[in-house]
Every structure is written in C-alpha cells, then in structure tokens.
Ligand binder design. Structure first.
Ligand SMILES: Cc1ncc(COP(=O)(O)O)c(C=O)c1O
Length: 364
C-alpha cells in the first residue's frame, strides 16, 4: 500500500479556465502557456484539457518535442527563443515559432541554412528589464530581421511587469505602442493578469494573449481578487489522508521545535504530506486545510513527511479521513492554492512547480 498522498489534475477545470480566458479577451487567439512542465501539472496531463488553445507557448525544446509527439500540429512558440544555433534546426524540423530578444539570436538566424523561412516574435523590453530589445533599438532589430531570407513573418511581443498590481500596464503599453504603431505583424502582450484585468482593451488583448497561471486555476492578482471572483477552477488537487490521531492536553506541544502549544484539549490529525511532497515548509500554524471537506488549520511545523492539523471542526474525522492540502475536496469544497501560497509567503506558481516527483499524479 503506497502512502495515501495523490495529486489530481482536473481536465474539465482546465477546459473551463481556458474558455474563461478566451472570454476575457474577445477575438484574441490564446496561447496555452505550458512552460515548466505545464506549471508542474505535466505537459501530457494537461494536453487534453488545453487542446482547444490556438497554440502552445513554452521554453524548452524538449517540451516542444513532447507537444508535437502528442499530435499537436498547430503553433508552438518558444518564449525565450533559441539558446544556440543548432536549436534553429529543430525549429525548422518541428515548425516552431520563436522569440527573438537579442542580437545574438539574429546573428544565429543570419547564419542558419534553411529552405523554409521561420516565423519569429520580436520582443521589446518595454520596462520589465528582463528579455527584449530596448525601445530605442527595437526598430533596428526589426529592420535587420526583415532583411533576412531565413525569416518569414515578424510578430511583435512584450511582457508586463505589473499587470497584477497598482503600477499597472499603462506605461509599458504606451512605450510599446509608440515604437510599433506603424509596423506590420501580429502582436502579443498580455499574460493572465493583463487579460483578466484589461482584456476588454483591444490594444492589450491584441492578436494573442498568453495566459498561464489563470488557466491553472489561480487568481493572478490574489489577494485583491480570488478565483471565485474570476470564475476560475482549481486544476490541481493535492489530497492525502490522516494516518494518526493525537489527543493533546493543555500545554502539550506539537512537532519539531514545539512551535505550537495547546491552550485547551485538542484533537490533532497527523497527515501524510510534508515538504518532501512539495508542501511549503514555510506554512505555519493557521494555514488552511480541508479535512473531509471541512476547513480547518495546520498546527505546528511542517516536517518532511507529515503535517499536523486541528481536528476540532471535524470531530468525526479519524484515521483515514480525507485531507485536501489544496484544490477540491470530495464534497466539492475548494481550498485555493493561492491561500496556501500566501500563508507560505510565496505565489501559487512556485507551489505548482514544486510538486515533488514522489507524489503520484492522476488525471480526471
Ligand atoms: C513571456 C511570458 N508570457 C506569458 C507568461 C504567462 O504568465 P502568467 O502565468 O502570469 O499568465 C509568462 C510567465 O511568466 C511569460 O514569461
């Protein structure tokens, strides 16, 4: 009998969230962002739920090969473009579109021998200061690409640093728009937060949106808004069971470092999940958890393989009781991964990506 922990990927929820993102940006085409192994969900596991996307955006050539191996013939975009010259051969062979964000990538293209010109997405650094040509150098890069026989269509791209927060996107939009206004080609600007918050604006939604985290059932601007507000559904449930019960007397402590001390009699469930499963060790007493679909809290420190939870709201729960660390419980109750991430001082992206290898995953 394996440990009772299991992650479930919800295909219907992926479909729902993709449709929700489509609705947020009418007329735009949608990249399903499946980088980082589909945000920890597994490229193969999400494929069925996301096959309604217009294309898949990712980083890794191996991930692109996996998407093609699933039978996908539509667009695939490499969000960071190629890392070395020979990657361009694979782009030709797999028909991949790729981002061009620096001169070195244009140099590689210029040297590339190909019969089939490639489609590229020229990326502007409009303020994020990660990848991309500065606004001052963007048009020179476009002119250089346009002159290359290796290049077919040139699309235009940028990425927002603050679509989820008070700084917003207006400054970056203004920079991008000013430099690109009279250039031909499709445009892609918006991630999840920009699509949900500003997708009604035709300039923001442009020709393609690139939602990642919202498709995976997390609110990109949590805690300002939650998944109920955005009508998103959890796509990953991390579920386990109670494997032991302790009765604490007042003054008894729980776990390493005795960080929690009971001030009244307390029933504690010991749960088969720990940081070695990807549950964040930074979660402290009070982090929400569902037992038999009823909301309660973890108490004491998260250890490698176990977590202790307060059973007060579920007196009938004992050995074998169902525990939902995040996602959807058997009774339909939902604990958003955003809440757990916040309790750990991080974001849902990190928790999804950190799901440990040892956790068995099923798809429903
Ligand atoms: C270039 C690019 N586009 C789109 C996305 C998707 O962003 P999100 O998951 O916030 O929707 C990312 C993710 O970081 C990205 O790097």
């Amino acid at each position: 009998m394996p440990r009772p922990i299991q992650a479930t990927i919800h295909t219907e929820a992926l479909r729902h969230n993709l449709a929700r993102m489509r609705a947020s940006a009418p007329d735009a085409k949608v990249w399903g962002v499946v980088k980082a192994n589909a945000y920890g969900h597994g490229v193969e596991r999400v494929f069925d739920g996301l096959r309604g996307a217009d294309g898949f955006a990712l980083l890794d050539l191996q991930e692109a090969e996996r998407v093609r191996a699933l039978g996908w013939r539509g667009p695939i975009l490499l969000l960071e473009g190629v890392f070395e010259a020979r990657d361009l051969e694979l782009c030709s062979r797999l028909n991949l579109w790729h981002t061009v964000h620096c001169d070195e990538q244009i140099d590689m293209l210029a040297m590339h021998k190909t019969h089939a010109p490639q489609r590229v997405f020229l990326k502007m650094n409009s303020g994020m200061n990660r990848l991309g040509f500065s606004p001052q150098r963007f048009r020179a890069a476009w002119t250089r690409l346009d002159a290359l026989p290796q290049v077919d269509e040139i699309s235009l791209m940028t990425h927002f640093s603050d679509a989820d927060g008070p700084r917003g996107i207006a400054r970056q939009i203004a920079v991008f728009d000013e430099i690109t206004r009279d250039l031909p080609g499709e445009r892609t600007l918006a991630n999840s937060a920009a699509s949900l918050r500003f997708g009604q604006d035709a300039v923001v939604r442009a020709d393609w949106i690139r939602p990642g985290i919202a498709v995976y059932g997390s609110a990109p601007d949590y805690p300002e808004h939650d998944i109920a507000h955005w009508d998103l559904q959890p796509t990953m449930t991390l579920a386990t069971r109670v494997i032991g019960v302790q009765q604490l007397a007042p003054g008894d402590t729980v776990g390493y470092g005795s960080s929690f001390s009971a001030d009244a009699p307390l029933r504690i469930g010991v749960v088969a999940c720990g940081y070695a499963d990807g549950y964040p060790r930074h979660c402290t007493t009070g982090t929400p958890v569902l037992v038999e679909g009823v909301r309660t809290r973890i108490v004491g420190r998260v250890s490698m393989d176990m977590i202790t939870v307060d059973l007060t709201p579920v007196p009938e729960a004992g050995f074998g009781a169902q525990v939902t660390m995040w996602g959807r419980a058997g009774n339909g109750a939902i604990l958003s991964i955003d809440e757990v991430a916040r309790a750990a001082g991080t974001v849902s992206y990190e928790l999804m990506c950190a799901l440990a290898q040892r956790v068995p995953v099923v798809v429903d």
